[in-house]
Write a protein that binds this ligand. Structure first.
Ligand code: GLN
Length: 187
């Protein structure tokens, strides 16, 4: 199985390392031509969604990625990736890929101390999981068709909609491969 990891900015290498542990092949997406390769799934990593969104537009990658996901390409988005994928961003007119029918709030835990937050929460289909939140968003609203997989302290932090999986935390930093295995099983 070959997984493409968006590699224009952010924590993409950490995702690749977890995928290698699970025996998956990876490739990095850095430019529009890379999207012509054959791959079975896509990872949108954490980082800075405004920067990633701007680069995706400048590199003419935004529309092709949106089309591929719309045509059923499985995608796993984490943190900034969730913001890219969301149909609505709270208090913001911007949308990036916009294929996941949820509303996210950016930097939802405040900005103090770099806003690092740790919790252990239960994820439907995975079990108890260590969750690191770094200047993280949470999901304020979901469309009815979206399955909530995890909520922490009253906020939704993990969802699935068809072949789109998205979490507000950083599973690639958890030292635990189960969330990535869930994605591979979903494919
Ligand atoms: N705060 C970042 C954003 O708005 C997300 C942080 C992260 O990906 N760790 O894009």
């Amino acid at each position: 199985m070959k997984i493409a990891v968006l590699a224009v900015q952010g924590a993409f290498e950490e995702h690749e390392k977890v995928l290698w542990q699970l025996g998956a092949e990876t490739m990095q997406l850095r430019k529009a031509a890379d999207l012509e390769a054959d791959f079975d799934g896509l990872i949108l990593p954490g980082g800075e969604s405004t920067v990633q969104g701007k680069l995706l537009r400048e590199l003419s990658m935004l529309a092709p990625i949106r089309d591929r996901i719309g045509n059923g390409l499985p995608v796993f988005a984490t943190c900034a990736g969730l913001i890219l994928l969301a149909e609505h961003i709270s208090g913001d007119d911007a949308t990036h890929i916009g294929t996941l029918p949820v509303t996210v709030r950016r930097n939802a835990y405040g900005r103090q101390l770099g806003s690092f937050h740790y919790a252990e929460g239960s994820i439907k289909g995975v079990g108890n999981f260590p969750m690191e939140f770094i200047r993280a968003p949470y999901i304020e609203r979901t469309a009815k068709c979206v399955d909530t997989l995890a909520a922490v302290e009253g906020h939704i932090v993990g969802v699935r909609y068809k072949k789109q999986l998205a979490v507000a935390f950083h599973p690639e930093l958890a030292g635990d491969t189960r969330m990535h295995q869930y994605f591979l099983d979903m494919i």
